[in-house]
Design a protein around this ligand. Sequence first.
Ligand SMILES: NC(=O)C1=CN([C@@H]2O[C@H](COP(=O)(O)OP(=O)(O)OC[C@H]3O[C@@H](n4cnc5c(N)ncnc54)[C@H](O)[C@@H]3O)[C@@H](O)[C@H]2O)[C@H](O)CC1
Ligand SMILES: [K+]
Length: 516
Amino acid sequence: MKIATAAEMRGIDKAAIEYFGIPGLVLMENAGAALARQVASILTDAANKKICVFAGKGNNGGDGFVAARHLANLGAKVKVFLVFDENDTAGDAQVNLNIVKKMGIDVLPLAGDRDWDMARVAATFADCIIDAMLGTGFSGGIQGNMARAVEIINSAGKPVVAADIPSGVHADTGQVGGTAVRADYTVTFGLPKPGLLLYPGAEYTGRLVVADITIPAALLCAEIIRQNAITVRKAKQLIPRRHPAAHKGVNGHVAIVAGSEAYTGAAALAATGALRAGAGLVTLGVAASLLNLMQMKLTEIITRPLPEIIGGAIGLKAVPYIDELAARCDVLAIGPGLGRAEETMAAVREVVRNCEKPLVIDADGLNALVGHTDVLRDTAALAVLTPHPGEMGRLLGLTPAQVNQDRLGVARQAAHNWGAIVVLKGAPTVVAFPDGEVYINTSGNAGMATGGTGDVLTGVIAALIAQGLSSHDAAVAGVYLHGLAGDIAAHAGQVGMAAGDVAQALPAAYAGLLEE
Ligand SMILES: NC(=O)C1=CN([C@@H]2O[C@H](COP(=O)(O)OP(=O)(O)OC[C@H]3O[C@@H](n4cnc5c(N)ncnc54)[C@H](O)[C@@H]3O)[C@@H](O)[C@H]2O)[C@H](O)CC1
Ligand SMILES: [K+]
């Protein structure tokens, strides 16, 4: 499913009206009707129920007027509060405001304090509240009357249904402009917007309903829309199917270079993630002094000793051994737990420069690229980088908070600049490609915010490449598969969930994606 920015949505709207000839009023009618249907389904029966609509002056408000009409026709007692000067509205919204007034529905401009007191009382006694104040036209911050209305809505303690976007949430980034409506449901029109899936916007969205308002399908899947959701449907399309006669060689061979004296768990989790995501063979290259320990921890994983420096970290002498290992395998994942010794970092850069196989670079492998992202330009296949916001920040000279301020934009720009696939981990994980295409993941949960889950993801993506997926598809499907495993593991509880639980849940998640 595509995800449209506010500007892309406006373009779609324009094309639907001007090229296909669908009147804007028809789109608004369908939007308002979808809003009314959602409210009616929440209330089971709208007849005699008290509904408050808080409306803005634009087309978002227009959707609210249409919903008010539909709900009044179902017998609901509707009050429409205008959070703007009545003369400010125009076009389709004004047409629908006039209809609502002619029907005798209560339309109450919020002018003086008494009006606001009435609005607060009405919201407190309402059965449902509709937020139709601001949608894709919102910019800046919420203040004044809008802020007052948001406070009334949020403090009423009643079910809230937002039209298109919770007012106060920025459509493109999910950032909140000071305050925002906390919706229980958001009925968004045509396509989801990034801000409904990105935090904190996702927190205000509640349950997301995507309403078909009869925008021609060709417009909703247009290539010019550069955002996509990684849905279960997308992951099912991409996940490799296994031939009944497949042998371990067919299922691919993953090479992993990871671990150091202090971080043996990262190596074990990355290797286990690859195994549990279906790789036929997994070979772990690790500093020689850790070999016995890793052999004790890992049964099915082949282990290879690598020349090391002090502290059980690989050194430059390991480079030819790693090159040889990668040459025998289908993909090389490098980085988890390697440590940050200068010689280890230099060795990683040398390996990345030489590698002829697809690469997955994570954790300390990313730290090795700080100030050296030019080495990515020469990789044989698009390297997949899997930074969390801290690693991303180090690579870009930003703080994690700055990275999270615009996750889509930061990941997209980095992928373009580096000529690599960037999997920016977090809630939600974003996958960005050099051509500007981005995917927002819809699986996973907060229980996965625990040490080592990133190492597992590295193994998962490498395993899917080893099984024949392009780096592009492996990143998209791997992020979803990993999150789905996290959702399965979370059935035992999110608090206390460990990265190993996610790895152990991978076969069940994979099986779920293979089901028709
Ligand atoms: N996309 C579709 O297919 C359809 C969308 N519909 C609805 O239309 C809105 C977008 O309407 P628009 O008139 O462009 O803007 P808004 O109604 O979101 O905003 C109204 C108005 O508010 C002012 N404003 C902006 N920022 C602030 C602020 N911080 N504080 C106060 N006021 C602010 C600004 O002047 C805006 O113009 C979309 O979301 C859908 O709900 C169609 O109805 C159906 C088809
Ligand atoms: K809204």
